[in-house]
Write a protein that binds this ligand. Sequence first.
Ligand SMILES: [Fe+2]
Ligand SMILES: [Fe+2]
Length: 155
Amino acid sequence: MAKAKDILTLIEADHRKVEELFEELEKSKSSKKTYDCLTQIYKELNLHAKAEELVFYPAMREYDETAEFIEEAEEEHEEAEVLLEEIKTMSPSDDQFKTKIEQLKKAVQHHVEEEESEIFEAVRECMEDDELKSLGKEFQDAKAKLEGEVVAAIK
Ligand SMILES: [Fe+2]
Ligand SMILES: [Fe+2]
């Protein structure tokens, strides 16, 4: 049996993947490449945020020390989601395109930093390894289930 990964490791891996995609997007020299990177970012960010909202944040609600972070985190997801939908309707030649991407990248960076510092720290104090591993399984299952829906929303 494959070794179960804890949810924090999975979340970190998703964060690194999205950071790489932003870097690729910035380096892109063709509109095809830009479009591909954006499609990936749209998919990865939406899947990640939805799975966190379904699995990670509800688990955080169980402890006072972690529950206090949920409201702000959900607002930040909402902010990124709105920007993603706006960017989806734009063409890379639009005046606002670069500004919006920059705005999205900054918002995501800020949110990721908060999750990986104070949120993870509080989670590690409240949850045992077993719980983090079973949440990891749920997180992966949620992403697998949501994939079709998120991919369909790209078009
Ligand atoms: Fe998040
Ligand atoms: Fe996250």
